[in-house]
Design a protein around this ligand. Sequence first.
Ligand code: PMP
Length: 413
Amino acid sequence: METTSKPIQFDVSSIRRQFPLLAETMNGKPLVFLDSAASSQKPQVVLEKIDYYYRHLHANVHRGVYRLSQEATDAYEHGRKVARRFLNAAKEEEIIFVRGTTEAINLVADTYGRKYLNPGDEVIVSGLEHHSNIVPWQLACSHYSAKLRVIPVLDNGTLDLDAFRKLLNDRTKMVAVAHVSNTLGTINPIKEIITLAHDKDIPVMVDGAQAAPHATIDVQALDVDFYAFSGHKVYGPTGIGILYGKQKWLSELPPYQGGGEMIAQVTFDHTTFAELPHKFEAGTPNIAGAVGLGAALEFVMETGRETIASHEAGLLSYATEQLLAIPGLRIYGTAPDKASVISFLLNNVHPYDTGTILDQLGIAVRTGHHCTQPLMDRFGIPGTVRASFGVYNTTEDIDQLVAGVRKAASMLQ
Ligand code: PMP
């Protein structure tokens, strides 16, 4: 990291004021929230939209002729319109509401597996995947006697693309990779990965859980086949997320779940399915979640994704420099292209112990394997301490973190 001065801040204090929870205390200390990669806090506008929805608009969607049901439907479908714009998808039909990234990946692994996986086929994931982008593919592979292949991770936390090229072959049926690593912060070269896979007519699913809060995403420019993200990491509510899929794939895949909303005609002999996107939205959906997600994505787009990214890049380089100045501290994940996530360990100190001392100081960081156990095995460590930054974090937050880690180092090392 070259930067040695504190980053210029955009008006972060006015952003912070929009997030009520950041004014809370933790263990009697002002909260320093550095765990946005696990789940971000929510701005007032999201809280208000959800509140307004339940107070004034709620009814079940897509069913009623009465006005309230139509208003609820409009509010729900507005969330889809905003998500389409957020991803620059060509059509609203390509935007499926799901519970989150995990459900999106399970949906694709299950339905794609049923339609396309045969014994001897291969699915490629990478060595830095979240368990959510490993286990669903493992389940599908074991069901159809297919094989899971893994792109190795290099020492700096980037993917070995030469090895990836060699893994691609006639038996490869899917490539599933993260856009951004939740543990190391590595931003993967997904455009290059997609191009390499498409050269062999292999579709690509991207887990965008950690990219959506930080990056501008253009699914058409990427030409990605499937892209997933979770609302709760991008300043929206829990229990809602987006699966983008190219229309041609979503039309071909069988339904994931059966029930109301996803059908055209039902008889005991035969059922026909609703058009996209409803084919993949069985049952009463998370209407308030979709409303809140729409508000969150509007908040992000209005704040400006480039503004957010450059603010966070400043925080990342400042934090990296400050942390590396602590004797005995090692950072895991030193890719040239990183999102605002820093994993580190103090020499001979278990991450849990560092996290506990930070907690006593009011500093919320995540400790452990971050749902990436194979990646921890790759580095031969039990876990890390992970600090992750969002739009509302400040250099003062980082100063607190650094002081806390110094304290932990002096007590524990
Ligand atoms: N993939 C990545 C890279 C993640 O960081 C996470 C959340 N930690 C997930 C998938 C799963 O997201 P969710 O729990 O919201 O489904």
